[in-house]
Design a binder for this molecule. Structure first.
Ligand code: IPE
Ligand code: IPE
Ligand code: MG
Length: 226
């Protein structure tokens, strides 16, 4: 099973406590680890977390800087325990000039450290945009000289960031917002969505289990009739 999460509501969690927004991001670390551990406990093989979108660069420079440093230090703090639990860490997104080199280095180290793990694949969507991913796929198709008659759903899929990753079965977006915000556009064509009101820093494995139960009660038809 592939579960994908839009970790939303950090800023509101902090504001409700009279704290700066960055404290909400910091509090989200505990939620992230608890959800990862919960996913491991119920045998989720693929977990994808939206950590920073291609649109999040529009936030105030201080918050962007904080998020870059926070994601870097989170990797430093957590990668050994994730590695011991058999988690393979990967990143989906653009490695453009705006991502500090130090952060890219930590990402590469974490990928290298965990690359042989098979219990679960944790993909961090970082500087990720669904439209950017589709653009990148089409660009690489064209660069390979693939002609118009060879461009189809299969060839586009083969040029996505992780072609072998199964599509998400379930997408969870916390904080009550009911939108996609440019997450995994190609891959969510037939995903089921759950929108808990919980703000991300309050998210725990029990919320994940609830969402999975809700998912199991859904009837997926893929355009056919029963
Ligand atoms: C999600 O929380 C974290 C990121 C987008 C990095 P927000 O920062 O979007 O929190 P709200 O939506 O403003 O409450
Ligand atoms: C989506 O949340 C991106 C991440 C959770 C990383 P946003 O908070 O950025 O989305 P919008 O702006 O409310 O649509
Ligand atoms: Mg938000």
């Amino acid at each position: 099973m592939h579960v994908a999460c839009v970790m939303d509501g950090n800023g509101r969690w902090a504001s409700a406590r009279g704290l700066p927004r960055t404290e909400g991001h910091a509090a989200g670390e505990k939620a992230l680890l608890d959800v990862v551990n919960g996913a491991l406990a119920i045998g989720v093989k693929w977990l994808t977390m939206y950590a920073f979108s291609t649109e999040n660069w529009r936030r105030p420079p201080d918050e962007v800087r904080y998020l870059m440093g926070f994601n870097e230090s989170l990797l430093m703090r957590r990668r050994d325990e994730l590695n011991e639990k058999g988690v393979r860490i990967r990143f989906a997104g653009r490695r453009d000039w705006r991502v500090p080199r130090r952060v890219l280095r930590r990402m590469d180290e974490s990928i290298e450290l965990t690359k042989s793990n098979t219990t679960m694949t944790l993909t961090m969507a970082f500087n990720y945009g669904g439209r950017a991913e589709i653009v990148d796929a089409v660009r690489s198709l064209v660069a390979e000289g693939v002609g118009p008659d060879k461009i189809d759903e299969r060839s586009i899929r083969r040029h996505l960031y992780y072609p072998e990753m199964p599509d998400p079965d379930l997408v969870i977006r916390t904080s009550g917002e009911q939108r996609v915000s440019n997450f995994l556009l190609w891959e969510i064509a037939y995903s089921e969505f759950v929108f808990p009101e919980t703000l991300w820093p309050d998210m725990r494995r029990d919320h994940l289990y609830e969402a999975v139960l809700e998912f199991q009660s859904r009837n997926r038809r893929y355009g056919t009739v029963k």
